[in-house]
Design a protein around this ligand. Structure first.
Ligand code: TMP
Length: 205
């Protein structure tokens, strides 16, 4: 099974991913985590390039091509292998992020991403948790971090990204579960665990 977590900066994905990982491991499942961009040797190099601050202008097409280079490589060198070995794979972001950040946030054409995505023969997550917070709350939560190239974007940008995610939620009701990420860590953990177990049981028939 392939599960992804999505949300803007500071939505609490990493905490919930770690909690879900340890819960599933306690139940005896094999769990593998990934992050995007990144995870593989090549992917982590692409991540550094992608997130590094630069005085050069970075077009959303350039971003998308970097992201899909990392994603295709990850699919070929990590994801499919883990799925075929019966791991539950938990992704800290996946392709929904490109629609939210590059298309909705930066105005890149959805047709362009659809074309690259559909030509890349990638897996789709079985289940996606979208952790919803406002752009203002995101800024408040990350304001004490040293910000990378993407985190330094404006509140208006993150508001557009959030709207993009909300559109993805409404277009994919079977796959994407939207969570109110202002709830407590424990409440969120319980909701995520319940939905994951339901999905696992359904997949076992
Ligand atoms: P993070 O995983 O530490 O949050 O950093 C990844 C950053 O990359 C984050 O700002 C979101 C951004 N990103 C995109 O813009 N598009 C994508 O498709 C992905 C996977 C990430």
């Amino acid at each position: 099974m392939f599960i992804s977590f999505e949300g803007i900066e500071g939505s609490g994905k990493s905490t919930q991913i770690d909690l879900l990982e340890s819960h599933l491991k306690k139940l005896g499942h094999k769990v593998a985590k990934l992050r995007e961009p990144g995870t593989t040797l090549m992917g982590e190099k692409i991540r550094d390039i992608f997130l590094q601050d630069t005085v050069e202008k970075v077009d959303p097409i350039t971003e998308a091509l970097l992201l899909y280079a990392s994603r295709k490589h990850l699919d070929q060198n990590f994801l499919r292998e883990k799925i075929s070995q019966d791991y539950i794979v938990i992704a800290d972001r996946y392709s929904d992020a490109t629609f939210a950040y590059q298309c909705f946030g930066k105005g890149l054409s959805k047709d362009f991403i659809d074309f690259i995505h559909n030509s890349s023969n990638l897996l789709t997550p079985d289940l996606t948790f979208y952790m919803d917070i406002t752009a203002e709350m995101s800024r408040e939560r990350i304001s004490n971090r040293e910000m990378d190239r993407m985190e330094s974007e404006s509140i208006e940008f993150f508001d557009k990204v959030r709207k993009g995610y909300l559109e993805i939620v409404s277009e994919n009701p079977e796959r994407v579960i939207s969570l109110d990420a202002t709830k407590s860590i424990d409440e969120l953990k319980d909701e995520i665990t319940l939905k994951t177990i339901e999905k696992l049981n359904a997949s076992l028939g």
